[in-house]
Design a protein around this ligand. Structure first.
Ligand code: 13P
Ligand code: SF4
Length: 309
């Protein structure tokens, strides 16, 4: 529970540092409450380019803060815990990209999920997030699309864009992969007719049980728009706070798998670390070497051009 003193202290530190706090839906609820903006990865990347503040404090994992820095190099970007990293971001090898380019030549595009390192982005033609991957992949002129790093989001995109040959890499999110279809089936049995809303990072067995697939924001929007009273949510349970806030008074109940999906890296962004970062200016995110930064920025900017919702 946040005290008024703490809220006032955070507001003062933000003013002193000319800082805006951006938070992802997966960080602890109290951190989301102290943020100026809460969103999914696409919304936060776009906001990073438009906000007037000279300092962005990114309450999320490192690929998100790094993307903000790449898109807004003139601002200081701080992370409350710079060790908060997404394991999937590292699950693609350059040799995979090179082999696909050699095989398909000009008729290949490399689509890189933003959950990736700047290096992986720099090997790619365009970035995507879970909110715009289907739209962007279908808009690409090439027929062959290597999708990295997430094989599950890639498989979901392939299922929606039948005209493309989507080539999958072997990366995955350990948290979404471990959402068990047996637990989802048990929830469906307990709550007959309850819609299942899933993040497309889930594995194929859980996705086969879903009625709706979308990014964290899209899941929250779909839950708010639904007439159902009970909803089964297949993503990290950090979204619960925003679901409850948006649906307050509706009587809706949100059910997560019995093995609670928690992202340990997002959980590293605590209130204490946020306050220390604002107070001391620690956790500054740097730019990668110029060739990598230029390539990654080009892929991110192309996403922003193609991905506007
Ligand atoms: P969103 O793009 O839906 O915000 O998800 C980011 C993420 O890390 C999912 O695991
Ligand atoms: Fe990465 Fe999965 Fe955590 Fe998202 S939930 S940041 S994909 S480990």
């Amino acid at each position: 529970m946040l005290t008024d003193e703490l809220r006032a202290e955070v507001a003062r530190l933000k003013r002193e540092r000319d800082a805006v706090v951006l938070a992802h839906y997966y960080v602890p609820t109290e951190v989301q409450e102290l943020a100026d903006h809460v969103g999914d990865s696409f919304a936060l990347a776009r906001l990073a380019t438009t906000l007037p503040a000279s300092t962005l404090v990114f309450a999320g994992v490192s690929f998100m803060a790094e993307s903000a820095k790449l898109l807004s190099p003139e601002r200081a970007v701080l992370m409350p815990d710079p060790t908060a990293d997404c394991p999937m971001a590292h699950m693609v090898r350059r040799s995979t990209v090179e082999a696909a380019r050699e095989r398909y030549g000009d008729d290949l595009a490399v689509a890189c999920y933003v959950n990736s390192t700047a290096e992986a982005k720099s090997w790619s033609d365009v970035c995507v997030t879970s909110s715009n991957a289907v739209r962007i992949v279908s808009a690409l002129p090439q027929r062959n699309v290597l999708f990295v790093p997430d094989r599950h989001l890639g498989a979901y995109v392939a299922s929606q864009v039948a005209e493309k040959n989507v080539i999958l890499n072997d990366g995955f999110c350990p948290i979404h992969r471990d959402i068990s279809a047996a637990e989802v089936s048990a929830l469906k049995e307990e709550l007959p007719g309850a819609p299942v809303l899933a993040h497309p990072e889930c594995g194929p067995e859980a996705m086969a049980l879903a009625d709706f697939a979308g990014s964290t924001s899209q899941i929250i929007d779909a839950a708010a728009a639904s007439d159902a009273r009970d909803l089964i949510i297949l993503t990290v349970d950090g979204v619960r706070g925003e679901l409850e806030r948006r649906c307050a008074g509706s009587g809706k109940r949100f059910h997560f798998p019995a093995t609670r999906p928690v992202c340990p890296d997002m959980a590293r962004i605590t209130v204490d670390r946020l306050v220390a970062c604002l107070r001391d200016g620690t956790g500054e995110v740097g730019l990668p070497e110029p060739a990598v930064a230029d390539g990654a920025r080009r892929a991110l900017r192309r996403m922003l051009e193609l991905g506007a919702r």
